[in-house]
Write a protein that binds this ligand. Structure first.
Ligand code: NAD
Length: 680
């Protein structure tokens, strides 16, 4: 194949069939992004093709940068926007460019392998055909709502045109990615094939020009203004059950655009760009961008060491150990799992099967994941694993016994880790011959849903062990947050403030429903009592005992009562709530809005007070890391950008007064002076 032209980011090759292969390999970037320079070059390329269409039999867009196609627009450029008009005119220009591609008189194919997201999908939608490899990492989507906007290069208009309003708007509203087979089912791609056949299939499509799907009668009916109005109201009603418009305006704006102008006429593109322009300046967008970059920061900490775990040995197959084992097996690691309870081991195997079924879908992949998990009651795996993670009951004496065994049997280069929530690493490490080998790898519950894992540096932990632990966390597709060894580390200390306020309200006679509803008002996914049931009331009790303080005393009394009755939360089907087959029994209660507001503020102050203390005590070393911890580890609402970012939006003097009042009523609370200064 002759190389005809090379740009900084694109290269053009014309083959013997006169097919032009337009390949992207963005300079100085790890992944392909559609930044200003890339789009500018694409303009020149498209203008050349337009000028001489007869020279070419077809065009194929492809990636020259493995493993992905195009991961989207450049988020750094989006975050740097300070003139909305400039942003709108950039989007309009790109829309025109994509419309020119769509209008080319020769067939145009997007040959997709790997991630094809955001702007990448918008470019693919402007092509006449989309073909996708069936590789596991091929994922297609329009995830812009996750950064507080919706597609602005014509993607929302074309997605609805192609898929119809129900599927099209759904794809954009949810911002979810679909794999190649799901994309084919939706009609988002025309065909799916093994990667080795992708180029050949592109040639076939150009030479045979299969019929392009025309707008169905259903699409035409749903575009009638009266129908748009009716459907728009329904979409909004459904959306309101998930997110509020004042918190997440982008999905609502998308529905409004469609109701107002539909997708059939040119004005739909203008409305799309204008709408993104407006969204770019909302606090939600700025905060979601902040969260996006915080995520990048955490990912980067996992890149510091070149370390891969092939075999992990886990001690303890309870709520956490069992789920961590399942997660690791699904992510390709060989897992030996040790527990004296055969029932716990059996339950871990069935949870692995369930997780694999959900995540891996294909029978042979599910079977392989289950086969990677080996129940190992006698702990033979200790001698072979590169990483040994202890997740047994929260009891120092027991953990000492376990680590003595590990110390005697492990490989000399193995790393030791504990999932403890509240014990000091230095205390656990006291029985080890090389305490520098012990690191905290602290997962959150439920493991499959919580993206954060704290990587805890004990007094003796060496740097390499920390870097290896962070690399392992990244390897299993979680976000590592480096923290110092303080009681409760970062996230549990902050959540401790939430629990303490919840238990205090309960002891003061407030109803469970009102307490949890106030947590939801703050935007947290679970109220404090729901969360306690999820974690396990025995675990909460053990943790609160280790985090002794006056804040914890009320909690301990409440929890002790429950534990004595054997009511341990979700795992025993009874805790603060009752559960039937794992589902919570819900009772309707009238909620007093005033009470909710007061409680919500107490929860916020309880958490903020602890967050400031963590910063003051250097559990983490920046405002950013505190916010990353609460968003990814505690589910603090991303649209607020984190608890400290949220605090920054408030009146400084008033907040200082409120905090002072809070401290005067809570013996344990002290003033965090240097953190306060960092905040402002
Ligand atoms: P769990 O009670 O559900 O499970 C503990 C398991 O340890 C049980 O299966 C038990 O049989 C097993 N065990 C007891 N003695 C053992 C031994 N000698 N060797 C091996 N296994 C033994 O507890 P969990 O909730 O899974 O918590 C485990 C650890 O993870 C604790 O340190 C806890 O603080 C921490 N943690 C818990 C949560 C949570 O939400 N539950 C979250 C993060 C961290």
């Amino acid at each position: 194949m002759a190389k005809t032209k090379v740009y900084k980011n694109w290269s053009l090759h014309e083959d013997e069939n006169k097919i032009l292969w337009v390949a992207l390999n963005v300079a100085n970037e790890e992944v392909n992004v559609l930044n200003f320079a890339v789009l500018q070059e694409l303009e020149t390329i498209v203008a050349d093709i337009k000028a001489n269409p007869n020279n070419t039999s077809g065009v194929v867009f492809i990636s020259d940068k493995a493993p992905d196609f195009i991961v989207g627009a450049d988020v750094k450029e989006i975050a740097a926007v300070n003139d909305v008009n400039d942003a709108v005119s950039h989007m309009r220009k790109t829309q025109t460019l994509f419309s020119q591609i769509e209008a080319l008189p020769i067939p145009v194919v997007a040959a997709i392998n790997g991630f094809c997201l955001g702007g990448g999908t918008e470019l693919a939608l402007a092509c006449h055909y989309r073909l996708a490899s069936d590789e596991k990492h091929t994922q297609i989507g329009l995830p812009e709502v996750k950064i507080g906007i919706h597609p602005g290069f014509g993607g929302s208009v074309r997605a609805i045109r192609l898929l119809g309003v129900f599927q099209g708007i759904g794809l954009v509203l949810e911002g979810r990615n679909v794999d190649a087979l799901q994309a084919k089912k939706l009609g988002l791609v025309d065909d799916v094939m093994p990667l080795r056949e992708l180029r050949r299939a592109a040639v076939y499509y150009i030479q045979h020009k299969p019929k392009v799907k025309k707008n169905s009668w259903m699409n035409k009916v749903t575009e009638i203004p009266f129908v748009r109005n009716l459907l728009g109201a329904l979409f909004k009603k459904k959306l309101a059950t998930k997110v509020k418009s004042e918190q997440y305006p982008a999905p609502y704006a998308l529905i409004d655009n469609w109701v107002n102008v539909g997708t059939l006429e040119e004005k739909a593109f203008a409305a799309e760009a204008e709408s993104v322009g407006t969204l770019l300046s909302t606090p939600t967008c700025r905060n979601l961008l902040r969260v996006f970059f915080l995520q990048g920061k955490l990912k980067a900490t996992g890149k510091e060491a070149d370390f891969k775990v092939r075999h992990i040995h886990i001690v303890g197959a309870g709520v956490m150990g069992g789920d961590i084992a399942a997660w690791c097996a699904v992510h390709g690691l060989r897992v030996t799992l040790q527990d004296p309870s055969l029932q716990a081991l059996g339950s871990a195997v069935s949870r692995t099967y369930e997780l694999a079924k959900k995540r891996l879908k294909k029978k042979h992949l599910i079977q392989a994941a289950v086969d990677r998990l080996c129940p190992d009651p006698s702990g033979d795996g200790i001698a072979h694993a590169e990483l040994i993670l202890e997740a047994a009951v929260e009891n120092l004496a027991l953990k000492h016994e376990i680590f003595k065994q590990i110390d005697a049997r492990a490989r000399p280069d193995a790393i030791f880790a504990t999932n403890t929530s509240s014990l000091r690493l230095a205390d656990i490490a006291s029985v080890l011959t090389q305490p520098q080998r012990l690191v905290g790898i602290h997962f959150f519950n439920p493991v499959a849903y919580m993206p954060l894992v704290e990587v805890v540096k004990g007094k003796h932990t060496d740097k390499t062990t920390i870097a290896y632990a962070a690399a392992f966390v990244k390897q299993i597709k979680k976000l590592p947050l480096p923290v110092e060894d303080a009681p409760g580390f970062l996230v549990n200390q902050i959540i401790g403030g939430y629990f303490a306020e919840g238990f205090k309200a309960l002891a003061a006679g407030e109803s469970i429903q009102v307490i949890d509803a106030a947590g939801h008002c703050l935007g947290l996914p679970m109220g404090p009592l729901e969360l306690a049931d999820q974690v396990g009331l025995d675990v909460c009790l053990a943790v609160s005992k280790n985090l002794i303080g006056d804040d914890a005393k009320t909690a301990q009394a409440v929890l002790q009562g429950k534990v004595d009755k054997g009511e341990l939360g979700r795992k025993t089907q009874k805790g603060f709530y009752n559960y039937v087959k794992g589902k919570r029994v819900r009772a309707k209660t009238a909620l007093d809005p005033e009470k909710l507001t007061v409680l919500e503020r107490q929860f916020f102050l309880g958490m903020l007070n602890r967050a400031l203390l963590c910063l003051d005590e250097a559990v983490v070393n920046s405002v950013d890391l505190v916010d990353a911890g609460v968003v990814f580890g505690a589910g603090f609402p991303p649209f607020q950008g984190g608890i400290l970012q949220y605090a920054r939006t408030m009146d400084k003097q008033n907040l200082a007064k409120e905090l002072a009042c809070y401290r005067s009523m809570n013996v344990q609370a002290v003033e965090a002076t240097s953190a306060w200064k960092l905040l402002w």
